[in-house]
Design a protein around this ligand. Structure first.
Ligand code: NAP
Ligand code: MG
Length: 474
């Protein structure tokens, strides 16, 4: 049992001022694996006070010292590798291999990348007529979702630390334990007291409190558009800047000359990774009319490799995060059938033999039209929609016919066509032919996918204000 009934405030584990406790459930077993305290506004006030007190010295800590601090964090993070993997598999239900290769590694990469980006970062520049200075934004409030318990927390924290901004973190209450390990890592790495504060609790209490708190200067949020809008409204009261990362409905354009087997594997991989609970997943697969049947055949061939089941066994796909998410995904599948899409694989209900745990079937819809609900809304589950296109312009038109703009994908050979699609999709991140990850590359969305960019030097920029000085004595 993991019982963590304290918050981490001003460098100490402190009792909650409230008495409400929340049970945390392992989605693969539906069993209670621990408890957390649900914080109060009073707890939040204490955390804000600690962060404000830490601000003057932390924001003026030398760049060199901040680089060293981030490097020590990366070292301490590495030492906790096994704990992090185990914890994420328990609270999120991701297969052990995914917890290691995706979740553990993303957190590690964000801390190391922030150290590297910071080394190159210039905080003062002589522009001739004026001097331009970048200064810490102040105290930052971070609100994170459950689908990547180390990635979203780590990218925000690493950037804030690089910029000299003390933080208050409120992780999703369904996956709170990875953040507890982070607090322990920061303590081991000698992060000064008050620089990192962790307050657990409900979104509509602590999250709402963060976005409206007059003592918090900046809010970085990842999660649903519904909550993102509320955060912006709250933040407007004190003219707080916000960064929002709000999900997507990203297209994967398969070109006529693409290796069809590879394309099918890429498409299935998108809905399999993290059980499709990925904001940047490609969930609309755009196929040339002429290739539709061949592509469907390949998808059906590849699908059985992506076994759904116990994340502690050798499976590729674990359960969904919660009963609530399971119900949401089922209703989208029903909606797809109702609206006339062809159910090629999967469907509603649990996969055979998996009665316990929030498992859902890998589901593929074909003959999907872009105005169907399953093509418009973020499902956040292993559900693929196959759509067809006439020519490249049609593919680009369909790709952009969405309120989202987080990511886009294109696979094929023809360089002209690859470039055309990559530059025409209105989204923050385009990937050509399964290109490798780059943690220095900015991450964030166009349109309703959000505001701002995380990762690397762009991530650091989010936590800075620009000051101009005229007549700075040289
Ligand atoms: P969510 O409600 O937006 O939750 C994200 C975070 O915001 C959690 O920490 C949540 O706290 C907090 N929160 C909730 N209400 C808040 C409020 N009024 N003010 C401030 N913070 C608040 O997302 P969800 O309910 O977990 O998931 C719903 C859907 O959002 C998913 O199905 C998916 O489509 C989308 N989503 C997108 C991403 C992404 O990466 N962009 C991530 C997760 C979900 P608690 O939940 O702990 O109360
Ligand atoms: Mg919620």
């Amino acid at each position: 049992m993991r019982n963590y009934l304290k918050h981490y405030i001003n460098g100490e584990w402190v009792e909650s001022t409230g008495s409400d406790v929340e049970e945390v459930i392992n989605p693969a077993t539906e069993e209670v694996i621990g408890k957390i305290s649900l914080g109060t506004k009073e707890d939040l006030d204490k955390a804000v006070k600690a962060a404000r007190e830490a601000f003057p010295s932390f924001s003026t800590m030398s760049k060199d010292d901040r680089v060293k601090m981030l490097e020590r964090i990366a070292e301490e993070y590495e030492k906790r590798k096994d704990d992090i993997i185990e914890t994420i598999t328990d609270e999120l239900g991701s297969p052990l291999a995914v917890s290691e290769k995706v979740h553990f590694m993303m957190g590690y990469n964000h801390f190391s990348q922030a150290a590297e980006s910071l080394k190159e970062f210039s905080f003062m520049e002589d522009m001739g007529g004026h001097t331009r200075v970048k200064e810490s934004v102040g105290v930052s409030g971070l609100i994170t979702p459950w689908n990547f318990p180390t990635n979203q927390t780590s990218t925000k924290i690493a950037s804030a630390f690089a910029a000299g901004s003390p933080v208050i973190l409120k992780p999703a209450e369904v996956t709170p334990f990875a953040a507890i390990i982070l607090a322990e890592i920061f303590e081991a790495a000698g992060v000064p007291k008050g620089v990192f504060n962790l307050v657990n609790g409900k979104g509509d209490v602590i999250g709402d409190g963060i976005s409206s708190h007059p003592g918090i200067d900046f809010v970085s949020f990842t999660g649903s558009g519904r909550v993102g809008k509320k955060i912006m409204q709250n933040a407007s009261e004190s003219i707080k800047n916000v960064a929002l990362e709000l999900g997507g409905k990203s297209p994967l354009v398969v070109l006529e000359d693409a290796d069809i087997e590879q394309a099918a594997r890429t498409a299935v991989n998108h809905i399999a990774t993290n059980t499709g609970q990925v904001c940047s997943a490609a969930t609309r697969i755009l196929i040339p009319n002429s290739m539709k049947e061949a592509f469907e055949e390949e998808v059906l061939k590849v699908l059985p490799e992506f076994t759904v089941g116990d994340p502690r066994q050798d499976n590729k796909v674990g359960p969904l995060i919660s009963k609530k998410q399971w119900n949401t995904v089922q209703s989208y599948i029903e909606k797809g059938v109702e609206e006339g899409a062809t159910l090629l694989a999967g469907g509603t209900g649990k996969p055979e033999g998996l009665d316990k745990g929030y498992y859902t079937k890998m589901t593929v819809f074909s003959d999907v039209k872009n105005d169907m609900t399953i093509a418009e809304e973020e499902i956040f589950g292993p559900v693929m929609s196959i759509l067809t296109y006439e020519d490249l312009d049609d593919a680009i038109r369909i790709s952009n016919d969405t309120e989202y703009g987080l990511a886009g994908y294109v696979v094929g050979e023809d360089k002209e066509a690859l470039r055309k699609v990559a530059t025409s999709i209105r989204a923050g991140r385009i990937k050509v032919n399964d290109a490798e990850a780059d943690f220095a590359a900015p991450f964030g969305g166009f349109k309703q996918s959000g505001i701002g960019r995380e990762w690397g030097d762009h991530g650091i920029e989010e936590y800075l204000e620009t000051k101009t000085i005229l007549g700075y004595p040289s």
